[in-house]
Structures are given as structure tokens and as C-alpha cells.
Design a protein around this ligand. Sequence first.
Ligand code: SF4
Length: 326
Amino acid sequence: MGPDLAFALSLADDADALTLGRFRARDLRVETKPDMTPVSEADTAVEQAIRARVAAERPGESVFGEEYGDDGGPVRWIVDPIDATRNYVRGIPVFATLIALERVGELALGVVTAPALRKRWWAERGGGAFADGDPIHVSGVRRIEDAVFYAAAFASAGLSYISVSKGGKFEDAKQPEVGWAAYPYTGPSGYECMPTVYSDTRGPFGRNVSLSAAIRRAIRERGIETPVVASGGIGTFALAESILRNGEADIVAAARQSLADPDWFRKIRLGRGEEVRRCEFTNYCEALDQKHKEVTCKLWDRVGLDELGVALDQTRRRRLVAPDWP
Ligand code: SF4
């Protein structure tokens, strides 16, 4: 590890101490910036601390920070003190500090540190990329162009609709325990297929949308009007509507959110959107499926089990249908 990366990681340590120190603090000060996004005292404290260390320990280098702007110069530390400040101020652990070093227009390294998730990723030009110290690499998943080719062929052949999804692969699955079969959702491709809120700072939301958008664009350019479906981590009407409005898909599929609250369409239609039980994308339901157990949702499976007529699973410990709502 070179001195630049060592310095960047020590900046990340400082940032973690500051962000975690004020995370979920009842007296956290939050203001609204002119662009209507929030900024907390932790955002400014992290950037100030990084600026102070660069000034003291890295003569001739400068900082380009989200909160205090760009000092200019050929060697810049680029800093987002808290990415996802909205999550941070709401006590949601999916946030990170982003640090990069740019030398004469070329990025030399990058660090993403997500202390509330206990995760850190970094990469250095020529030195590889790492997640918590383990080497990582770009997924070997085939290119979207391959899927576009087949989608166009299927659409030309008259398919009613095209739906694109990403699958977990056996090639990168974890070694199973003795007596168990390999399961393709345990490696990086599995995470991409069904990311949870804990997978990384992007979370599970809409990660497949670029795929459906690319396929839709390609088949429209060929004059084919076959509807294209977007799916994967679509858990709000706002996201669904933006996908349709942006022309990224013609149909939106939402499996886990529809399991979490089978009545969410009716609630939205009735103007009771705040009562929708939002999927937490933890894959609890998927784990039950994997173990060949009856699939229920963690949000409601142990609620009101002694209610009259409630349907229970075979173990009698879980609901099989969502609770009623008045
Ligand atoms: S168990 Fe429920 S909340 Fe969790 S991922 Fe499945 S549908 Fe969503």
C-alpha cells in the first residue's frame, strides 16, 4: 500500500469517528442548503477535519469538498463528507464518506467508508480494489449488449413483453457447508440479483433499471414496440412512476414490495400511502424459500397470531397472509 492510500484510509478513520460519534444523536444540528438538500453538523465537521489534515500533512495539495467547494490546483482530494445525508439524519445506517485523490486530472485512488454498516471499499490505480481488505474485481456478468441482441430477436419473433433480470451465478457462489448444495445467491452476482439494504450505499433500489432502459431503447430503435418490464428493488410508487415517465420501461414489476404489502396499490389509490408497509429488502422471505419453508414477510408474519381465523404456517408460528387494515 502506497503512502497516498495509507493517508486516505487514515482520513476515512477520522471521518468514521466523526460520523459515528453523532449518528442518531438527538441534538444533531441539521440545516437545509439552497438546493434544498440537508447538511448536518457531521457533514461540515468531516470536511473541516479532512481539510485541516491535508493542509497540515500534504503541502501543495488541495481539497474539493461538497460543503466548502474547490480550492483548485493540480492535486486535489475530492471529498463527499457524508453521501446520503438524508439517511444519516434519519438514523438509517446506509451512508458513507467518499474520498478520492486526483492528480492532474486523473483519479489516483478512491475510498468509500460506511461505518454504520461496518464496510469499507477502496481502490488505487494499479494497486487493485478491495472490500474490507479482500480483493474484489469487476463482475464477469456478460454485457448488456448480449441481452439486447436476444431481446430484439425475441421481440421480433412476437413475444408479448420483454422482462430483464439479473441472476445469481454458481461460478461465484460461496463454498457450501458439507452436505449442502452450492447456492448461486451467495456471491457477488447474487448480491447484484437481490441486493439488500445492507449490500452497499446504493441499496437495492432500481439497480436493474439501466438494463431495461438499454433494452427498450435498442428495440425501439429497431422499430419494435414490444413492452419492456423493469424489476428489482422497485419499492415505491415514486420510483415506479419515474421509471415510466423517463421511458426506462413500459411496465414496472415489484415482487418483494407486493409481498410486504399486498394492498399497497389500494392504499395509494385511496390516498393512504403513509400506511403502506414498505419492504425492508432484507431477503428474509427469500431465505425461507431457500429452506423450502412457507414464504411469509418478516413485517407481518408474527403479528396478531392469536386473532380469530388468522392463517398460520405449518409451524404455527407465522402468518401466511398479511394482517387486515381498517
Ligand atoms: S420479508 Fe418482507 S420486508 Fe423482507 S424482503 Fe421479503 S417482502 Fe421485503
